[in-house]
Design a protein around this ligand. Structure first.
Ligand code: SF4
Length: 94
């Protein structure tokens, strides 16, 4: 009789643990996906510079998001304010 009670309680515990694991795994997975999508690399890591590298510069890069009025914009890869005349290692021409 005691063994049956222990088995039931152990089984109940395992079901509860599985339910909790399933309930927390989905939000964590969604959070991780969003965090990765939003993550940008530092300027230093990408050797960003405010000047072009020959004819290559941010305004001709596929990752560049222009700012208003032709001023600094942003980048899909590198964090911070990005000059249209800048350049980094991740340069990819349009
Ligand atoms: S990836 Fe580099 S070169 Fe391209 S826009 Fe971003 S900072 Fe500029």
């Amino acid at each position: 009789m005691m063994d049956d009670d222990k088995k039931i309680s152990r089984r109940s515990f395992l079901k509860g643990a599985m339910f909790l694991a399933a309930g927390t795994a989905i939000p964590l997975a969604a959070f991780s996906r969003n965090a990765l999508a939003d993550a940008k690399v530092s300027k230093a890591a990408m050797h960003y510079q405010d000047t072009p590298n020959g004819s290559a510069h941010c305004s001709t890069c596929i990752q560049f998001i222009p700012g208003s009025g032709g001023g600094n914009g942003t980048c899909k890869v590198v964090a911070g304010s990005i000059s249209p005349n800048g350049w980094c290692l991740a340069y990819a021409p349009k």
